[in-house]
Design a binder for this molecule. Structure first.
Ligand code: ATP
Ligand code: MG
Length: 361
C-alpha cells in the first residue's frame, strides 16, 4: 500500500508556534524522510468559510499567508503538493455522499466540535456547514487515500470520524477507501501547545499566539508578558512549573545545546526547573532564555519567508501547480467512489444492457 500524507490548516490567520510544534515540524520531517509516496498539504479555505461566511476577504488574504508560512518552515513544493481546498470540486461531492453515512447525534457527540461551538457561542444558529465540517474533513482525507495525517491532538475526533466513514462506506459499497492514521507529536506539550495567556490552546481565533512571521521585537514582547506562576512574586520565592507557560514552551522548544549557548550555568531543562522550584530564579531570566531558544528556531524561518515574499506570483504558481496535482488524485478517487456506489450511469454498460434486456431489446 502506498504511504500518503494529507494534512492542512484553515486560512483564518497566519500560522503560529502551536501549528509549528503540533503539525508543521512533523510534516517537514516526514517530507524529508523520503518514506512517503505522496504528500498533500491543504489550505482549507472552504472549511474556514463555514464559520467565516461573512468575511471572505479574511480567508482570501490568509491563503497567501499560510502558503508563505508553509514555504518558510521548509515545506518543499517539489516534494509536497500545496493546494487550495475550494478549487477541488470532488471534495464537495464526496462530502455530500458521506453525509448519508453520519447521524446528527454522532456529530453532536464530537468533543472538538462541541468545544468549538461553545467557544464561538453558537446555539441552533450554528451554520450547517460548520456543524458538518468533520464530514468534509473525512472527504479531504479519503480523497487522497491518505494513510497518515499529522495534526494536533484537537483533531483526534476528526480522524476517528473519518475512519468510521471509511468503514461504513467500504462495508456498504465495497473496499475503496483507506482508513487514515493520526500522526501526533511524541512530545506531550506539542500535541496541544497552550497560548501565551496560559489558555489551553494557542489558537488563531483566541489571539494568544506567537506567529511564525512575528518580528524579533514582537516575539520578545509577547514572551516578556507571558503567563508564569502568579504566586512567584519575589525571586527567592519557590516557583511552580505546572501550568507555567514559559516552562511549557521550554519543554516544547529547548534543546540541551541551547543551555550551552545561551544559559551555560545550567546543563539541561531539569536543572533549570529544579532551581525554579527551590526559589532564587527570576522569571525575567527564564523568559530571556526562552526568547533566545525561540529565535534560534524562528530566525531561519523568517529569512526564508523574506525570500518568498519577494516573489508572490511565484507562490501563487506553486499553489496552482499543487492544486492541479491534487485535483487529479481527488478526481480519480471520486470516480472510484461513484463506480462503487453505482451512480456512474453513463459509464456503466452493464446497466444499459440489463435495462435493454428488461424491455425485451
Ligand atoms: P482556528 O482558530 O481558526 O480553528 P487554529 O489555530 O485552531 O485556527 P487550525 O487551522 O484549526 O488552527 O489547525 C491547524 C492544525 O494545527 C491542526 O492540525 C491543529 O491540530 C494544529 N494546531 C492548532 N493549534 C495547535 C496548538 N495550539 N497545539 C498543537 N497543534 C495545534
Ligand atoms: Mg482549529
Amino acid at each position: 500500500m502506498k504511504k500518503i500524507i494529507l494534512t492542512g490548516d484553515r486560512p483564518t490567520g497566519r500560522l503560529h508556534l502551536g501549528h509549528y510544534v503540533g503539525s508543521l515540524r512533523q510534516r517537514v520531517e516526514l517530507q524529508n524522510s523520503g518514506a512517503y509516496d505522496d504528500i498533500y498539504i491543504m489550505i482549507a479555505d472552504a472549511q474556514a468559510l463555514t464559520d467565516n461566511a461573512d468575511n471572505p476577504e479574511k480567508i482570501r488574504e490568509n491563503i497567501l499567508e499560510v502558503a508563505l508560512d508553509y514555504l518558510s518552515v521548509g515545506i518543499d513544493p517539489d516534494k509536497a503538493s500545496i493546494f487550495i481546498q475550494s478549487q477541488i470540486q470532488a471534495l464537495t461531492e464526496l462530502s455530500f455522499y458521506y453525509m448519508n453515512l453520519v447521524t446528527v447525534a454522532r456529530l453532536q457527540r464530537n468533543p472538538t466540535v462541541k468545544s468549538e461551538i461553545e467557544m464561538r457561542g453558537f446555539a441552533s444558529d450554528i451554520p450547517v456547514g460548520f456543524f458538518t465540517y468533520p464530514i468534509s474533513q473525512a472527504a479531504d482525507i479519503t480523497a487522497f487515500k491518505a494513510t497518515a495525517v499529522p495534526v494536533g491532538e484537537d483533531q483526534e475526533p476528526m480522524i476517528e470520524q473519518a475512519r468510521e466513514i471509511v468503514r461504513k462506506f467500504n462495508y456498504i459499497y465495497g473496499d475503496v477507501l483507506i482508513e487514515p492514521e493520526i500522526v501526533l507529536s511524541d512530545n506531550k506539550v506539542c500535541k496541544r501547545l497552550p497560548g501565551t495567556d496560559g489558555k489551553a490552546k494557542m489558537s488563531k481565533s483566541l489571539g494568544n499566539g506567537i506567529y511564525l512571521a512575528d518580528d524579533p521585537k514582537t516575539v520578545k514582547e509577547k514572551v516578556m508578558s507571558m503567563f508564569t506562576d502568579p504566586d512567584h512574586i519575589r525571586i527567592e520565592d519557590p516557583g511552580k512549573i505546572e501550568g507555567n507557560t514559559v516552562f511549557t514552551y521550554l519543554d516544547a522548544f529547548s534543546k540541551n545545546e541551547d543551555f550551552e549557548e545561551f544559559l551555560p550555568d545550567y546543563s539541561c531543562l531539569d536543572e533549570l526547573k529544579e532551581h525554579y522550584k527551590r526559589g532564587g530564579l527570576g522569571d525575567v531570566k527564564i523568559k530571556k532564555f526562552l526568547v533566545n531558544v525561540l529565535e534560534r528556531e524562528l530566525g531561519p524561518i523568517r529569512e526564508r519567508r523574506a525570500i518568498y515574499e519577494k516573489d508572490i506570483p511565484g507562490v501563487y504558481e506553486i499553489l496552482k501547480e499543487g492544486t492541479r496535482k491534487a485535483k487529479e488524485t481527488a478526481d480519480a478517487t471520486l470516480k472510484e467512489v461513484k463506480e462503487a456506489m453505482k451512480i456512474n450511469y453513463f459509464d456503466d454498460s452493464a446497466l444499459i444492457s440489463s435495462q435493454t434486456e428488461k424491455y425485451g431489446g
